[in-house]
Design a binder for this molecule. Structure first.
Ligand SMILES: [Fe+2]
Length: 255
């Protein structure tokens, strides 16, 4: 299905636990393009203590990757054996780990919202929700940003109580499904939670969260699963209409 947008992908090389080389990053992008993605948003980690990336460093890494991938002299570097075909358009955002340090960066405008500037990708601590999370989300919304919650199916507080996510949706947050969870990439509990959240229609969009080229194969399996269970319209909603709304006209750039 053409025209899809991937809102969460770690294809920028050498900046986090995503692609390790420009060739691997390009391989991820080409595979996503073959699957029907016209636009892939780079969302490298900003997670103090683990991936100490500032917004400026991520901008530099993104521009470096674009230069490497568009340079004819570096064609061999970005074209591993067997990988061919056009690249999708790309843009830069970030997976913001939602701690106090990153919250302050977001509040002072030193973060990387999605293109269009009206939504921002947030990753929560997986084991427990902070008691202050609602207050912090409200402060972000007052900046004019819609909080997009990365892979809620991985958050343990939701495994036994998926309806807790409804509260955050009521507050204006948009949950973003990592579709690979549906085919068991992260284990049975995450798979069951993703299915429960999808059944409750709580997701506003879906993504690949690809770190390696082989993750795109998992995504293709997830496509088949979603289409068989809910039909092609669900894929259109999760990977085209939902992302378009969150980008609000934010345009990609060519590689
Ligand atoms: Fe991610």
């Amino acid at each position: 299905m053409p025209g899809m947008i991937d809102l969460h992908c770690h294809w920028v090389p050498g900046i986090d636990d995503g692609a390790r080389t420009p060739g691997e990053g390009a391989d991820i992008l080409r595979r996503l393009r073959r699957l029907g993605f016209d636009h892939v948003v780079a969302t490298p980690h900003m997670r103090p203590g683990l991936f100490d990336n500032s917004a400026a460093e991520l901008r530099d890494a993104f521009e470096r990757a674009r230069t490497q991938m568009s340079s004819p002299e570096l064609g061999d570097v970005t074209r591993p054996a067997g990988a061919a075909g056009p690249l999708p358009e790309v843009s830069l955002s970030c997976e913001h780990y939602f701690d106090e340090v990153v919250l302050q960066r977001i509040l002072r405008g030193d973060a990387l919202p999605y293109p269009g500037g009206s939504a921002i990708l947030l990753e929560f601590y997986e084991v427990a929700f902070s008691p202050a999370v609602e207050q912090s989300l409200f402060r972000i919304q007052r900046q004019g940003l819609t909080p997009v919650i990365a892979h809620p199916e991985r958050y343990r507080p939701l495994w036994n109580q998926p309806d807790r996510l409804s509260r955050l949706v009521e507050l204006g947050c948009v949950p973003l499904l990592d579709a690979c969870a549906l085919v068991g990439k992260y284990g049975e509990q995450v798979r069951a939670c993703a299915t429960a959240l999808l059944e409750r229609e709580l997701y506003g969009a879906a993504c690949s969260d690809a770190h390696r080229p082989s993750d795109v194969d998992e995504l293709e399996r997830a496509f088949h699963w979603i289409e068989a269970r809910y039909g092609a319209d669900e894929l259109t909603y999760l990977f085209r209409e939902g992302p378009l709304q969150l980008l609000g006209g934010g345009a990609p750039t060519s590689l």
